[in-house]
Each structure stands twice: as C-alpha cells, then as structure tokens.
Design a protein around this ligand. Sequence first.
Ligand code: NFS
Ligand code: SF4
Length: 635
Amino acid sequence: MKNKISIDPAVKELLPIAKKNKISTVWDRYEVMQPQCGFGSLGLCCRICWKGPCRIDPFGGGPDRGICGADAHTIVARNLIRMMAAGAAAHSEHGRHVVLALWGVSRGRFSAYGIRDEKKLLSVAQKLDIETENRDTLKIAEEVALKTLEDFQNQDHQTACHWIKTVVTDNHFNKLKDLHVLPHNIDAVVCQIMGRTHVGCDAEPANVVLGGVKGALADLNGMVLATELSDILFGTPSPVVTSANLGVIKENAVNIAINGHNPLLSEVICSIAGEMNGDAIDAGAPAGINIIGICCTGNEVMVRHGVPLATNYLSQEMALITGAVDAMVVDVQCIMPSISEIGACFHTEVITTMDENKITGATHVSFSEESAGDTARRILGLAIEAFRRRDAKRVNIPDIKQTAMVGFGVESIVAALAKLDEKDPLKPLIDNIVNGNIQGIALLAGCNNTRSVQDRSFETIAKNLAENNVLLLASGCGAGACAKEGLMTMEATEKYAGESLKAVLTSIGNACGLGGPLPLVLHMGSCVDNSRAVNLATALANKLGVDLSDLPLIASAPEAMSEKAVAIATWSVAIGIPTHVGTIPQVTGSSIVTDLLTEGTRDLFGGYFIVEPDPASAAGKLMDIIRDKRKKLGI
Ligand code: NFS
Ligand code: SF4
C-alpha cells in the first residue's frame, strides 16, 4: 500500500513514524472512507432542501427524479456550479483582502505594508486605463484600488468587470459577452449562483452550467486582481534559487511553517522574522528562525523571496510529524483540520489567524491589517516558546530536499527573453514555437488528491511533455510537486528535456548569465498565480493575432481536488484552453452535463475538458492536442 500513497520520499520516510505514534493521516482516513458513496461520486445526490436528501438511481429502476421533480441533469449541474461558486468566493475573498490592503496603504494606513513595486503599480494602472503621468504614487495606488473594488460593486449587468478584460483577447472577450457569461460583479455572480440553485429555481442543465461558467470567470477575475495587486504590495517574483521538501526543516532552528493562501500575514512574518532571531538564539536555536512554506502561502513567499517550500497540500500533516515544526501558522484554504490534533501530539503550536477560519484545538491569534506587525511578533514569540518544549528525541527530519529555481512570473520570463531580443522579447519564444523547437506550452496546476498517488501524475506528465519539447509552467501544488521532484533545476532540463527544448532553455539561460539552461519547469507561484500563465499566453495570442484556443496550449490539473480547482478548470476551458483533469469529476451521473463539458464547450468557447486519470495516457492525449493545434495553425 505504502508505495501507492505518494512518490515523495519524505512522505514515505515519515509514514511509519506516524503509525508508531498512532497518528492517523489523510491516507489512513481515505482508507477508512472506502468505499466512497457512489451517488456522490456521480453527482447524483441532492441535499439542497430538507425534503431530501434525494438520490437518482444511475442504473434505472430506482428513483429517476428527486422529490421536487429535479432530474439527474438538474441535480448534477446544480451541485457542480455550487462548487464553482465556492471556488470563486474563496479566490475572490483573497483578492478582496489584497485590494483593501492596497486601498489602506494608499490612504496612509497599515504601517506594515507599502508599495514595494512601483513599476508594477504603473503597469497595472495603465492596464486599467488610469492616468499615471506626473501623479503621486499613492494617488495612483488609490485609484487602482478603487477601480478594482468596482469589480465587487458594479450593479450594471451590461458592463463587465475591469480585470477580466485585461487577460483575454479582445476577440474572446466579445465571444464571452455574446454568450452572456462575462461577470459584471464578482460578489453578485457568486450570489446569483447560490440563488439560482435554490430549490425550485434554474432547472435547465445547460443554463445552470453557463451560470456556473460566469461564476468561474468571476473566479478568474478575482485571481488576476489578487496576483497583480499582491505584486504591487509584496514585489513581483524574479528568479531565485531555493529548496523544497521536508529537509528544509532545521533541527537547530525555530521552525515556523506558514500554510494557507493569503500572503498578507505571511509577508509580514517573513519581513520581521529577522528582528526576533536573537530571541530564538537565546532560546537555544543557534540557527535562529527558519520560515518554511506549505501549500500556496508557501508558493507565494517562495517565488517572491525564495523562502523554502516544506511540502504541498497532501503532506502538510507530515511536516508536523517531523516533530521539529515549532509553530504552524495558517490563514485560509486547504488547511487540514487534523493539524491541531497532530500538533498536540507534539509540542507544535498550531495557530489560526483569520477570524473566519478557526480550528478546534488551535491557538487563535486574530489578524488585522492595522496590527499585522504586532500579530507577527506575537506569533514568532509563541513559536520560540514552543521550541523550548520541543522533545529532541522525537525529531525525525528526513534528509530530503531538492534545489529549486523559482520565481518565473510574466515579467521575469519577458526579462529573460529580452536578453535574446531586447526590442521584441516575445519574438524568440514565438519563433521557437513556430519553428517547432518548442512544440507547445503546458500549465501544470492544481491540487493533490488522495485518489491519486501524491505528485506522481505531475511528475509523469511533466517528464513526458518535456521529452516532447513542451515548455512547462507550473503553479500551486503542482509546482510544489515538481519542486520536490527536482524538476525545477538545470539538471532536470539536461536530463529530461527533448533536444530542441533543451537548446532553447539553454540559450535563454546562458543569455541570462545562468551558465546553463532555465529549469525544466517554470514555477509561476500559487494557484491564484495561474493568472500569470494566462497573461503570458494571452500576450502570445495577441501578438500572433489568434485566440488562446488556436495556440498549442494546454492545462492539466491531474490531481485536482478543491472547489477552487473546479472553478479554475472551468474558466480555463471558458477562455479556450483544452484542460485535463485526472480526477473523475462528480458529474458523470448526467450525460447532458458530461457532454457539455467535454464536447459542447468546445463549440462555445474553444476549450473543453479532457478527463483521464492515468497520467501517461493523459500526456499522450495532451500531445495529440498540441500536434493538432499546430497542424491547424499550419506550423
Ligand atoms: Ni490550489 Fe493552493 Fe494546493 Fe489545490 Fe489547495 S493549496 S490554491 S486548491 S490543494 S493547488
Ligand atoms: Fe430532493 Fe429536490 Fe430537495 Fe434536491 S431540491 S433534496 S432533489 S427535493
């Protein structure tokens, strides 16, 4: 069973220790959960009202309608789009925090924050058609914040959100407009999904799904603004060499794991950790404070500041089982509620920080932008106190970590390409796509899932596509997987890239003075930073005068799990990208919804879902799509 759990060697090393300590992990709970409910897996269980729960018999003979009369297609469609709404809400709450922080900063509030990247502020302002000439920085920031807030407030259905226009081609924007799926207001669209799926409302499955697509595009809008404004506040990523996997935990340091998604607190923790190094040393930790990241909070600080990544979603519990994490500080999303119990088996202080995200058994330190510095100091203090209680005999840190060169946002990719062609940086990339040295571009994104062997699908697909000369971008837990597997190194490029891809990555790397190729997989950041990949792809499409659906471009979330992943995969399809998921979506109980997602969307948007749990077969299918797109482009 063990080797079916994860390909991560650190996980394999720690599982017996979990067992010895009688700690149940996500994999144990998965096993206990078997067999999982067939109705739920097919999307055929409805709990939308208290006449239910109702379930449809997928084999016929049993009920073919719920008590209210809803059929399988309505039930499946409603369940699906409620997931999209939750995903959009999660990302957009994140975005709202960031824009409110920027607004506060622009009015001289929130002393822990400032404008770290003025250049990015100006470029964002230009994208939003905001005047920048001879204007005060904070005034520009205020206008950027206020214009962004309109995306949460606009009540005019005819006017789309501002941000979405900046990431799709004009042609596609008009297509989405004609299909009435452009969001006008993120909050309103999420609210509308909840309303239209209430008992006795929208029952026409295609109409329900299109309502969900609008929500998914609201999700995209929320992600773009979160990424772009975070860069203004915290800096735009640039290439940095760091490391990944549990070996980044240090025995002789106070280890603080930051886990979750929202960078507002973790940024402040990182910037003031140095202040309290002395206290950590006094407490007996000669290496001082060691900040390590988990999940997307980890990815955010990794690509911006080179903070090492401890692990990705599925193995967050394993970080605690090392017995050497003194505090795990969590904010929002993808945090396993089990961590407080596991922390309690050791000396670890598990600290929740957002008032809307508490966990029983954890210590809650309430975060607010006004007092971010004090909150961070208090948290660092709690970690140092916990360190004093650490039991050295129970420390098991796997000596496993990989080097990772990360921090490839659009700006840094363009900057690297500019070394080849200063005037027209995208040209070398386009030329190499056209001449076939680069066959296509793939974005590896999304979660881990207990339904797959952890990280294996990412590794298999990445190596397979790279061998076929596909340029690889990654974000979220997919990026975490690639980093842990050592795929973000020059050596990986040497070893796994096809000859022509290797030559291109080497010429760019050498032009940048790296003395070797760019890494095999380019880490763009957190899940929210999927927007970076869209920005890059849209820049290419615009330059070529085509749509995203014409490009040899694919996305893959082979271990997708969360509602956010459902929203992301859906907008990816809606903006024209063939999108692979390796987890069977909970929609197969409806042929109408299934056909719509895998076929119908192709006519409407140019993008569609490819469902394939086997990673090697998935890679083959994705290569076929890339070749087909090239053929259609005549290249
Ligand atoms: Ni994305 Fe990141 Fe990971 Fe999935 Fe969760 S951490 S936002 S949802 S599990 S990639
Ligand atoms: Fe059953 Fe209809 Fe209520 Fe759903 S909404 S639980 S199908 S009665």
